[in-house]
Design a protein around this ligand. Structure first.
Ligand code: GLP
Length: 250
């Protein structure tokens, strides 16, 4: 595992975008696993700029997103499909038909999960899977629980996640209680994982994920078993790793 410590959110975003861009340049038809949340927004901005400058193209790139709220339409301004359109896809030259996000409105969510798993498998899994990190250690919407859930599945969101994501909705009551999420299986099958993290409120989650025991109570801790993980964080988010003497690249 390589850990890059950056001074702030801007520098973290730049480093993350460079790693993603390098993948696209090296493998123009790569499969990118993409994430939502506030953390990747800065990296997506950098990728849009690089694409506009003509530094690289997403024309042949395929993308698979981690998750979607159950019950939200793609046009809902808090759906993850909408997030991806407005924060990335609408501004780069990726082909719309090459972008994939689970369907939050699927009549049969279980079947949608099984189909999504099959889709990701048929694409050969992500060459590079981008991940954010929940304050409770979740990745995608894999919440702390008694076992690691491998397939794409419907998940009940924990109160901690509902509270953390309430800032994006009019009220906490508007936050969907369930989501469809890629499971630990597809995430661990990615060739390379890039986890980005920013802010002091994530410092405990980072510490638990990379210095604590491998446990489904901290889903990100499974990444300790992946052989190609890059963590890019700002100083605040990595502060507890540094305090524990974990070596980081600057
Ligand atoms: C959400 C998403 C995750 C994301 C996490 C952190 O619940 N499902 O994929 O990594 O929360 O979000 P943020 O980056 O806004 O802190």
């Amino acid at each position: 595992m390589r850990i890059y410590q950056e001074a702030d959110y801007e520098a973290m975003s730049r480093r993350a975008a460079n790693i993603i861009a390098a993948e696209v340049i090296r493998r123009p038809d790569c499969v990118l696993g993409l994430a939502t949340g506030s953390t990747p927004v800065g990296a997506y901005k950098q990728l849009i700029e690089g694409n506009r400058r003509g530094d690289y193209s997403f024309r042949e790139v395929r993308s698979v997103n981690l998750d979607e709220y159950k019950g939200l339409a793609p046009t809902h301004d808090q759906s993850y499909r909408y997030f991806m359109q407005t924060n990335l896809f609408d501004h780069i030259d990726i082909k719309p038909e090459n972008t994939h996000v689970p369907d939050g409105l699927a009549a049969d969510p279980e079947a949608e999960c099984a189909n999504y798993d099959e889709l990701v498998r048929s694409l050969g899994y992500a060459d590079l899977q981008l991940l954010g990190l929940g304050r409770n250690g979740h990745i995608g919407f894999n919440e702390p629980c008694d076992c690691f859930v491998k397939p794409t599945h419907v998940v009940d969101l924990t109160q901690s996640t509902i509270d953390a994501n309430a800032r994006f909705f009019a009220t906490a009551d508007d936050v969907p209680r369930q989501a469809l999420t890629m499971g630990i299986g597809c995430i661990m099958a990615a060739r390379r994982v890039l986890l980005i993290v920013s802010g002091e409120d994530k410092a405990d989650a980072v510490y638990n994920a990379f210095c604590g025991p491998i446990t489904p109570q901290c889903p990100a801790s499974i990444l300790q078993l992946h052989n190609d993980v890059i963590v890019v964080g700002d100083k605040a988010a990595l502060s507890k790793l540094a305090a524990a003497g974990v070596s980081v690249c600057e």
